[in-house]
Design a protein around this ligand. Structure first.
Ligand code: NAD
Length: 467
């Protein structure tokens, strides 16, 4: 019987079946996880529906107090949760613990927000107010690359707004979320937050579920399209945070020694399994060779290993399917460019791939055009910055991007014309809970975080009174 339980209607319960969770650093079974049946999903939705009126009518100050309590519990258990996160996800223990502390901070951030009534007209003729009402039951679907922080993009905002929830982590990384559910089970009234886990089949059922009013989904663009189609019938609200193929454009005059370590970090954090990782680097002809050399040296020096081992900088790929996909992309790059670092797996058990730098590759190849979501970076030569921008924008994706230059005006000008939800200048992947985050084009619909993200968990209601 699994040590981990589902949280349904305030009670910790076994799944109707179970599944193995694999540690990607060892390829061994880390734990058995409960696997909810469709009937258990229905029970979770029914519990969330029943809890909704009470939670909606709870004063916002009390809802904030509950979020603070959860933030405290996450913080107090960060070491244990971080260790579990490393074991199921693969990332180095320092990064995993940092992710858990980050989740706590995101809960705290939302306690500082409010949903004030906006008065549009207060005249002799009428009073017009705009209210933000909760939607009802929110279904939150989270991927396997950042189980804790991406959960914290959704849960505190949805709950603060007065919604109740069914939360589902990814099938390969359910444990830290289930552990958290057990830790906080008594904080909220029964049914306000339900946590289920599955083998990959309940996401579609949640999306189509008539009892769920909104789906907040983070994951691949391919699955995001299915979520949108599945939600159409009930005109369910959706927020989609999807894939990306972030380009960095390094302008003439940049110093390779200064910029390369930052590009490397932006591309290889979490072994490249980051939606906003740098996935294509366009580098000006004048510094192309030097940048390639610097990046290759950094890749050769990076310590790849089990995230629990001291000194590990890059962990394994989280699961076998993704590992096979990244190895396939590396094989394709062998023909399309020149591999100057990495290009192979580690000679040990676990889904380890050496950080890989590919040069002399260009657009129109799989590695440049597709989202690799792994530790391999194509470095593309360009001559003209406008041409580089056009190539960066020539993508179905538009999540993030960055421009690098000592000339801030030139960088800023290009940044304003990049077709992505976020553009950074001289940095990449700087997120904070008060900064709205979302994708352009095929990278998503809507935003999370910040006041704008909170608003997406509400229904706007106008009250217009005659006088
Ligand atoms: P995925 O789409 O395979 O799975 C994500 C989640 O969706 C899982 O919980 C899964 O069980 C669920 N799911 C599967 N089929 C479903 C369906 N038909 N309907 C609803 N849900 C379903 O994604 P993944 O491989 O776990 O994650 C990697 C992807 O996520 C990458 O493309 C990455 O760029 C993207 N991502 C985006 C962001 C962002 O904020 N934009 C953040 C992290 C990851």
């Amino acid at each position: 019987m699994s040590d981990y339980k589902l949280l349904i209607n305030g009670a910790l319960v076994d799944g109707d079946s179970e599944l193995d969770v694999i540690n990607p650093a060892t390829e061994e079974v880390l734990a058995r996880a409960p696997r909810a049946s469709k009937a258990q999903l229905d029970a979770a939705v029914a519990a969330a529906q029943a809890a909704f009126p009470g939670w909606r009518d709870t004063p916002i100050a009390e809802r904030k107090a509950k979020l603070t309590e959860i933030a405290d519990i996450i913080q107090a258990n960060a070491v244990e949760l971080g260790r579990l996160l490393t074991q199921e996800q693969g990332k180095p223990i320092g990064d995993a613990t940092g992710e858990v502390y980050g989740a706590s901070a995101f809960f705290r951030y939302f306690t500082m927000l409010d949903l004030p009534v906006k008065v549009l007209d207060d005249s002799e003729a009428r009073k017009v107010e705009v209210h933000r009402r909760p939607l009802g039951v929110v279904g939150a679907i989270v991927p396997w690359n950042f189980p804790m922080i991406l959960m914290a993009f959704k849960v505190p905002a949805a709950l603060l707004a007065g919604n109740t929830m069914v939360l589902k982590p990814a099938p390969t990384t359910p444990l830290s979320t289930l552990k958290l559910a057990a830790l906080i089970k008594d904080v909220l009234p029964p049914g306000v937050l339900n946590v289920i886990a599955d083998g990959g089949e309940l996401g579609a059922a949640m999306t189509a579920h008539p009892g769920i009013r909104k789906i907040s989904y983070t994951g691949s663009t391919a699955t995001g399209k299915k979520v949108m189609a599945g939600a159409a019938d009930a005109l369910k609200r959706i927020t989609l945070e999807l894939g990306g193929n972030d380009a960095s454009i390094v302008l003439e005059g940049s110093d390779p020694k200064t910029v390369a370590p930052k590009i490397f970090a932006g591309a290889f954090q979490n072994s490249g399994q980051v939606c906003i990782a740098i996935k294509r680097a366009y580098v000006h002809d004048s510094i192309y060779d030097a940048m390639c050399e610097e990046l290759a040296q950094l890749a050769d020096a990076a310590v790849v290993g089990d995230g629990l081992e001291q000194g590990t900088q890059l962990g394994p790929i989280q699961n076998k399917t993704q590992y096979d996909r990244v190895m396939g992309l590396i094989e394709s790059a062998r023909a399309d460019g020149k591999i100057i670092a990495g290009g192979e797996r580690l000679d040990r058990k676990g889904y380890f791939i050496k950080p890989t730098i590919v040069r002399d590759i260009t657009d129109g190849t799989r590695l440049v055009d597709e989202e690799q979501f792994g530790p391999v970076l194509p470095v593309i030569r360009y001559h003209d910055a406008e041409d580089a921008l056009a190539r960066a924008n020539n993508s179905e994706y538009g999540l993030g991007g960055s421009i690098w230059s000592p000339d801030l005006d030139a960088a800023y000008d290009l940044a304003t014309r990049m077709e992505s939800g976020t553009v950074w200048v001289n940095k990449h992947a700087d997120l904070a809970p008060n900064i709205p985050f979302g994708g352009a084009k095929g990278s998503g619909i809507g935003v999370e975080l910040g006041e704008e993200g909170l608003a997406e968990f509400t229904q706007l209601q106008v009250i217009n009174v005659a006088r």
